[in-house]
Design a protein around this ligand. Structure first.
Ligand code: PEP
Length: 249
């Protein structure tokens, strides 16, 4: 089965409301394509103006995080129905910056994944190893553990709709990209792990993205790999280059 590519931007903590809308307007004509899905995961405060700005275009808006409770005394957090009520479709969960700076764990990622599905949101579940872990030769063991915990109690129907993003930490924002072989090897390892959990038919449907210094010059090679179904793009999604990545062929 041919999986439809997804090219998703992660703006991180960049863009005021005005700058966000201006960038969306600049990107709209550049990211037009029939071939792939296109999403921009924007800061929470920018979601509403961005959802408005992408009306009648092929861009979908995503969030960068979400809490796993419905509501209540969780100062500073965003509830799932706050996202769905704005028209958000995707939510990045377990990004390495959230794991590294904000103490997110595999267990909290799993709670968020379950809650996202409960609300009809598509989670973009991030996993990835540090340089030290890669040098220790434990990359695949670690990624398999991250995937197995993140998908705990997720049924096959929901699992099919999940998006996984393999993002080696040493490649994020560094300008160092994993080689196509390294990226493909881990993305295939993720698919094999998902096949162990859900069977190969389900695993073949799940989109697995690569993220880590994706650029206009390396996107085509990366996205041509058999287990790489698009990209999660940080820095390059903040400029017109994102259009070249979306139209990578
Ligand atoms: C990211 O943070 O998801 C990312 C991949 O960043 P960059 O493309 O800047 O490496």
């Amino acid at each position: 089965m041919a999986r439809r590519k997804l090219i998703a931007g992660n703006w991180k903590m960049n863009m005021t409301r005005e700058a966000a809308v201006a960038l969306i307007k600049e990107l709209i004509p550049l990211v037009q394509t029939e071939e792939s899905d296109v999403a921009l995961c924007v800061p929470a405060i920018d979601i509403i103006p961005c959802v408005d700005a992408v009306q009648n275009t092929n861009i979908k808006i995503g969030a960068q995080n979400m809490y796993f409770e419905e509501k209540g005394a969780f100062t500073g957090e965003i509830a799932p129905d706050m996202l769905t009520s704005t028209g958000v479709e995707y939510v990045i969960l377990g990004h390495s910056e959230r794991r590294g700076y904000f103490a997110e764990t595999d267990e909290t990622v799993n709670k968020k994944v379950l809650k996202a599905f409960e609300h009809g949101l598509t989670p973009i579940i991030c996993c990835g190893e540090s340089l030290e872990q890669r040098q220790q030769g434990i990359t695949l063991d670690l990624i398999r553990m991250q995937i197995k915990i993140a998908f705990g109690s997720v049924d096959a129907e929901n699992a099919k709709k999940a998006v996984v993003a393999y993002e080696p930490i040493w490649a994020i924002g560094t300008g160092v990209t994993a080689s196509t072989e390294q990226a493909q090897e881990v993305c295939k390892g993720i698919r094999d792990c998902l096949a162990e959990l859900y069977g190969s038919e389900v695993a073949e449907e799940i989109r697995i993205l690569y993220g880590g210094s994706v650029s206009a010059s390396n996107a085509a090679d990366l996205f041509a790999q058999s287990d790489i179904d698009g990209g999660l793009v940080g820095g390059a999604s903040l400029k017109a280059d994102f259009g070249k990545i979306v139209n990578y062929k």
